[in-house]
Design a protein around this ligand. Structure first.
Ligand code: GLY
Ligand code: MN
Ligand code: MN
Length: 439
């Protein structure tokens, strides 16, 4: 990390306090109680699923492994952390809190989740934010809508501290992407590539912000391919990897597509998609409607399909006739931050509401107008998905598709290129390309 986080954290906390004050006022509450949460139990088993903390908790603190702990905040008072440090010789006990943030909190160490709940204030009107599960028995999570709406809306605007953490999440992810590309080029299996990715990221699967997609050849056409073939295929033609990394509770979400040496036509298609992706990323600017950018992406994909002789009709007809949707069947991207698919992508205002998706685009995850501080992914794709191509054959536009070209490209699966991009007052900041550039 190059940035000095201490002053940035101080500003971040001041911003969160101000937001919390307004959110509480909006809902008519006196206090915010935020649960870190507890690991979920496996059914009929004494094992837990990996612990993932409440994003509201890690918004306040870079503490990702503090199950059972709580933050207590009342306007005008110092925030309090009720920190669970069990007496336990079976597990590694969470270390005593340390770091620049510690001086900003009153910290009360307790020995169990039940003791933490007992230490919470029960008087007054509390907005209790946490998962509604028995793990926080004794304090009912009410997650009041006006409070959540206000907090989620403002979570869209990242502080300088959050952007510093997201830069680092991108540096870790791009370092691991480089290792994955090298493993692909050396002929590894999908499983082997995944292992190379984890080793370079120095993160285990459970720490990643989402399950990595590591697809060779045709597997690149399975949008959420999460199977890892243990054996390498007979030939390595192409490689699509969608994998991110975590840093202090923040996510990166990165996709790259590669052609094997000699796969020149597919390489040329990747380069055209890369050009389209860069153009889209350059439009992450204040005032840009994200759904309009998604529609623009369809026009660019139509241009790429035509340039490479896959379709013969014009871009307008390809978009209007649903042809581009057969090749690009997902949304352009989504907000990202504490969650890989971050909250408030559809929210109309700080008081809630929802902005509908454009008709015919059911998978778009972001319908807002971009504003400074927002971070979104830009991830156009072009795939050869058997099921969607079959449907396209039944479309009148099928006569303007070069099916021989389609069949020649099917063995390469597909292409997606995905960056995490910050909307600023001026030029966009591309966290992912900047991180690749320093490697
Ligand atoms: N990796 C999930 C996504 O790109 O949205
Ligand atoms: Mn994404
Ligand atoms: Mn992704």
């Amino acid at each position: 990390m190059t940035e000095n986080l201490a002053p940035l954290y101080t500003q971040h906390l001041a911003a969160l306090r101000e937001r919390a004050d307004k959110a509480l006022a909006a809902g008519g509450f006196d206090r915010l109680l935020i649960a870190a949460g507890r690991p979920l139990n496996k059914f009929l088993d004494d094992q837990d699923f990996p612990f993932v903390s409440n994003p509201h908790f890690r918004h306040w603190l870079p503490l990702t492994d503090a199950p059972g702990s709580w933050i207590v905040y009342a306007p005008g008072a110092r925030p309090r952390l009720v920190f669970v440090q069990p007496r336990d010789y079976w597990h590694v006990v969470p270390a005593a809190p340390s770091g620049d943030w510690v001086e900003h909190f009153d910290i009360q160490v307790v020995r169990s989740a039940a003791d933490a709940i007992a230490a919470l204030p029960k008087d007054g009107r509390n907005a209790v934010i946490g998962p509604a599960c028995p793990s926080i028995e004794g304090v009912e999570a009410n997650n009041p809508q006006p409070v959540m709406d206000y907090l989620h809306w403002h979570r869209s605007y990242k502080t300088a501290y959050e952007l510093a953490l997201m830069r680092e999440a991108n540096r870790i992810g791009t370092r691991a992407h480089r290792a994955a590309e090298a493993a692909f080029r050396s002929g590894e299996s999908e499983f082997g590539i995944h292992m190379a990715y984890l080793a370079a990221a120095r993160q285990i699967d459970a720490e990643l912000p989402y399950a990595s997609i590591v697809g060779l050849n045709e597997h690149g056409a399975v949008l959420h391919y999460s199977h890892f073939d243990r054996q390498p295929p007979t030939a390595h033609r192409s490689f699509l990897i969608d994998a991110g990394a975590s840093h202090a509770g923040y996510a990166s979400d990165i996709t790259r597509s590669y052609a094997a040496t000699g796969a020149d036509e597919f390489q040329a298609l990747i380069e055209s998609m890369d050009g389209a992706q860069r153009e889209l990323a350059s439009k992450v600017r204040a005032g840009q409607s994200y759904p309009e950018l998604h529609i623009h992406a369809h026009h660019l994909v139509a241009g790429v399909l035509r340039e490479h002789g896959i379709i013969r009709m014009g871009a307008e007809a390809a978009v209007a006739g649903g042809v581009t949707s057969a090749f690009f069947p997902h949304g352009l991207g989504h907000p990202i931050g504490l969650a890989v698919h971050d909250v408030a992508g559809f929210q109309e205002s700080e008081r809630g509401g929802s902005i509908p998706r454009p008709e015919g685009h059911p998978y778009l995850r972001m319908t807002r107008v971009l504003e400074p501080g927002m971070v979104v992914t830009i991830e156009p794709g072009l795939y050869f998905v058997d099921m969607l191509l079959e449907e396209l054959r039944a479309n009148p536009a099928a006569k303007d598709v070069d099916w021989a070209r389609v069949d020649a490209l099917r063995p390469y699966g597909g292409i997606r290129i995905e960056d995490d991009v910050v909307c600023t007052e001026g030029e966009p900041e591309n966290l992912t390309r900047d991180a690749f550039a320093i490697l």
